[in-house]
Structures are given as structure tokens and as C-alpha cells.
Design a protein around this ligand. Structure first.
Ligand SMILES: *Cc1c(COP(=O)(O)O)cnc(C)c1O
Length: 382
């Protein structure tokens, strides 16, 4: 997208140029409501690529997380373990079911939950572990799934940022019991502004998930001819996307590789420009240990909060718009109310205060990228 203002924005929603053809096709069909042809195309794409038993498209990742909390049967008093360095939705979905959130520290190199600290946070009330693949870098899923299995816990993946990333050669989102993706327009792919996908990796959740999403009815079964009329069978929501959202997403799924490659190109240009800074100040490389990320975020860790504030101010004065990220949930008003931090907060607060994200989007012009790099490097570092 051409940038007409003088400031390089932090994000520009992904538009490949072909979306209009898919939208036109949806407009010419006789269905714009959910579960039409484009919704099915998107869901089939996830089932094929992730190998999940069922994918259900919905209005947001938040809605997919809410469905996850219901599917794993969260009840008041249950505890759910997750990182504090995440978006409100990750915790909110479980809080809505009455869960107490137990926050665990992150590992500074990836900003993901530290798998080594999970076991100590488990109590007889723990029901699930919710992981967040920050910046599209997959968590240590082998370790986490093993802990969950040993303690009979569910694993839910908040894969909002991780579409197109992989772990041990397998796409991210296929490792836990359930995973949730976002197509908000700040993510790598968008469904025209808002959208989400719930991926179900265990067959026992499928029927209940379809009912929850379809206003508590067995309408999905009816359309497959498994029942001869549909009725209200349980409590439920309306978590269906519009066919226009699905058409937009279908276009981008067809171009996932090109979108990811374009982001990686910008990401790597930043990383080369910042190569003189220590590894601990920069995100992990695209290929890191047994995982490959999707260039969702390029971040830099300043010395401290004060330097970060000065850097953001400096870069804004030089025409670039970097932004910081999460205020840890355990220190937010709702986090204090609904959760507790288990163990010591060695890294969550300190590292989050140092972190700043550089502008990055699909097809970012080289001029804009250079402007960001120049603004960054002209900061009085020493
Ligand atoms: C974006 C994001 C969400 C929320 O996604 P929506 O589709 O806007 O509901 C949840 N968790 C994380 C980690 C995110 O980055």
C-alpha cells in the first residue's frame, strides 16, 4: 500500500489486490451469512494444512478462545496457567467462565511462557495450560504437551500471531487440544479487518463446538443430513463469520507464502541493519532451534523503559512510528482481580518495558523500511 503521509505507520492492513475478485464472487452468490462456500474453503484449508480434525471460522480469535474455555469445561474455581505477557483476550476468555488465572514468567529470548516453570504452578484446581506463540515464535510444545499429559490438563494454543509458522516442521496450531487464530487487520493475514479460527485437534470436541457456535442448535448435523430436523439442544452463541470476511480470508490463504515471504524480507532487512546490537536485544532468527516463525513482529529491546520512551519519541520525530506492546496482565486492574502471578516475575515486567516493535507489514516499500532504519540508527545510542 502506498503511504501518503509523512510518517511511516506501524501497520497497514494486508491487501494483496486480488481480494476484490473473491468479494465479487461472494456478492454474486446467494449466501452472505456464515457457513457458505467461502467459510468452508477457509475451514478446509486449516484442516488440510494443520491436520486438525475440524476448523471452525468465527468472528475473532477472542471468540475462538471463548469457545475453547467452554469446550474444555472451565468452571468457577478452576485454575488456568498462562503467560502474563499477552493480550487481554487470552485471559478474558477463561475469566468469563469463572477461572482464576495463574500467570507464569516468560523466557526472555522468545517472550513465550517458560515451560520449565509450568509444573510448579500446577495445583489440584488446574484445568488447562494456555500458551501464546508470541511474534509467531512457537512455544516449546513438546515439553508443554508432556507436562499437560502427565497432569491430565488441556492445552489451548493462542496462535493469534502464528499463522504460517511451524514447529518441528509441522504448522503451528496443531499441537495442543485446541488452537485459536486471529485475522484482525494487525495480523499477517486478515479477513477484511476482523476474523478468527478455532482449530480442533481432538474429535471429542467437534460436536459440542458446532452446537456452541450455532446458537445452541444442531444445525451443522442437519446440513450434513445426520438429523432430519434441527433443534435447540444446548446453550450457545452466534460465532459465525460473514461470507464477505471468509472471501477476503480465502484470497489471502491462497497467498500465504507470498505474504509471509514479503514480511520475512522486511524482517531480515531490519535484523541486518541492527546486527551490531547483541542477540539478546533482537528477536530470535526466522529459523530458531526446531521452529520457524512468520515474521509477525520485529522488535528491539532497549536498555530500560526510559531509553525506550526516548527512542520512540526520537523515531516519531524522524518520521517512523514504532510502538511498545503488552502491559503485563498480572499488573493490570483485571489481572489483579482475576489472577495471581506464580513464582518470581524475573522477566515479564522488565522485558516488556524494554520492548518496542518496528513498523512491519506486507509489501512494505523499501523507502519506508529505510526511513525506519535511519530513524532507529540516528538515536544517540551511547
Ligand atoms: C490479536 C490477538 C488476540 C485477539 O485476536 P482478535 O481476533 O482480535 O480477537 C488474542 N491473542 C493474541 C496473542 C493476539 O495477538
Amino acid at each position: 500500500m502506498a503511504n501518503t503521509s509523512n510518517t511511516v505507520p506501524f501497520n497497514t492492513p494486508c491487501v494483496t489486490g486480488m481480494e476484490i475478485d473473491y468479494l465479487r464472487k461472494a456478492l454474486q452468490s446467494d449466501q452472505l451469512s456464515g457457513d457458505g462456500p467461502f467459510t468452508k474453503i477457509c475451514e478446509a484449508w486449516f484442516e488440510r494444512h494443520l491436520g486438525c480434525v475440524r476448523a471452525l471460522m468465527g468472528p475473532s480469535c477472542t471468540a475462538a478462545l471463548e469457545m475453547s474455555a467452554m469446550l474444555v469445561g472451565i468452571e468457577p474455581g478452576d485454575e488456568v496457567i498462562m503467560p502474563s505477557y499477552t493480550f487481554s483476550s487470552t485471559a478474558n476468555a477463561f475469566v468469563l467462565r469463572g477461572a482464576q488465572i495463574v500467570f507464569v514468567d516468560v523466557e526472555p529470548r522468545t517472550m513465550n511462557i517458560d515451560a520449565e516453570l509450568i509444573e510448579a504452578a500446577i495445583t489440584d484446581k488446574t484445568k488447562a495450560i494456555v500458551v501464546v506463540h508470541y511474534a509467531g515464535v512457537c512455544c516449546d510444545m513438546a515439553g508443554i504437551c508432556e507436562i499437560a499429559e502427565n497432569h491430565d490438563l488441556f492445552v489451548v494454543e493462542d496462535a493469534a500471531q502464528a499463522l504460517g509458522a511451524s514447529y518441528q516442521g509441522k504448522p503451528v496450531g496443531g499441537h495442543g487440544h485446541l488452537s485459536a487464530f486471529s485475522f484482525h487487520d494487525t495480523k499477517n493475514l486478515t479477513a477484511g479487518g476482523e476474523g478468527g479460527m478455532l482449530c480442533i485437534n481432538r474429535p471429542e470436541f467437534v460436536e459440542q463446538a458446532e452446537i456452541l457456535r450455532e446458537k445452541g442448535t444442531d444445525r451443522s448435523k442437519f446440513f450434513r443430513g445426520q438429523v432430519d430436523k434441527y433443534s435447540w439442544v444446548d446453550a450457545g452463541y452466534c460465532y459465525l463469520p460473514s461470507e464477505l470476511q471468509a472471501a477476503y480470508l480465502a484470497c489471502q490463504l491462497d497467498r500465504l507464502q507470498a505474504i509471509t515471504d514479503s514480511r520475512i524480507k522486511t524482517w531480515q532487512a531490519y535484523d541486518r541493519a541492527l546486527a551490531a546490537f547483541p542477540d539478546s536485544s533482537r528477536p530470535v532468527p526466522v529459523d530458531y532451534e526446531n521452529r520457524r516463525h512468520n515474521a509477525h513482529i520485529y522488535y528491539f529491546k532497549c536498555r530500560d523503559l526510559e531509553q525506550r520512551t526516548q527512542l520512540i519519541d526520537h523515531m516519531k520525530r524522524h518520521g517512523a512510528n514504532p510502538v511498545f506492546h503488552y502491559v503485563p496482565l498480572h499488573s493490570a486492574p483485571a489481572g489483579l482481580n482475576f489472577g495471581r502471578f506464580h513464582g518470581q516475575d524475573r522477566y515479564t515486567t522488565r522485558e516488556s518495558e524494554r520492548l518496542v516493535r518496528l513498523p512491519l507489514w506486507y509489501n512494505m516499500p523499501a523507502d519506508d523500511r529505510q526511513k525506519v532504519i535511519d530513524a532507529f540508527l540516528s538515536f544517540p545510542w551511547s
